[in-house]
Design a protein around this ligand. Structure first.
Ligand SMILES: [Zn+2]
Length: 156
């Protein structure tokens, strides 16, 4: 028997410690929560993806009375980016969430399905995508989407 350990490096920043590009992306993710359609969970999630061409694409969760028909903010953003800007790699993504009357305190992380979906765009782009998980005051920064999904399902 052998044992393998998987480590994920998370850098913890106060919002004000972020660089300007990071602040802009977090701000766009926070703004994107306004586009959420979440009458069931009342959990408004926004995602903002910066592409290598400088474009920022945003998305928000879209719920449905038939629950599986809805989609998360992260996938609404990455699928739109993939459809509108095929072959343009992602450089960074920020995610934020609003619940009741304020942004959530804990940094907001994507669900497993979104991690799998986002990872494919990182793989296609051929380089790591910076990840910014925004809480009310704290932002977790990770070096890649792969670091969010160790042992990912891949084609081979
Ligand atoms: Zn998700």
């Amino acid at each position: 028997m052998t044992e393998k350990n998987i480590a994920t490096k998370i850098r913890v920043y106060a919002y004000n410690e972020l660089n300007e590009d990071q602040k802009i992306l977090v701000d766009r993710a926070r703004e994107a929560t306004k586009g959420s359609y979440s009458p069931y969970s009342h959990f408004r999630v926004g995602a903002a993806i910066r592409l290598d061409n400088g474009t920022i694409v945003t998305g928000a969760n879209q719920e449905n009375a038939s629950f599986p028909a809805g989609t998360c903010a992260e996938r609404s953003a990455c699928f739109y980016a993939g459809a509108k800007y095929p072959d343009v790699p992602f450089s960074a993504i920020a995610i934020a969430a609003w619940h009741e009357d304020d942004f959530v305190e804990a940094p907001c992380a994507p669900c497993g399905v979104c991690r799998q979906s986002l990872l494919e765009y990182e793989t296609q782009g051929g380089k790591p995508v910076e990840v910014l998980l925004a809480g009310r005051d704290t932002v977790y920064v990770l070096d890649s989407l792969r670091s969010l999904l160790p042992l990912a399902f891949t084609e081979f």
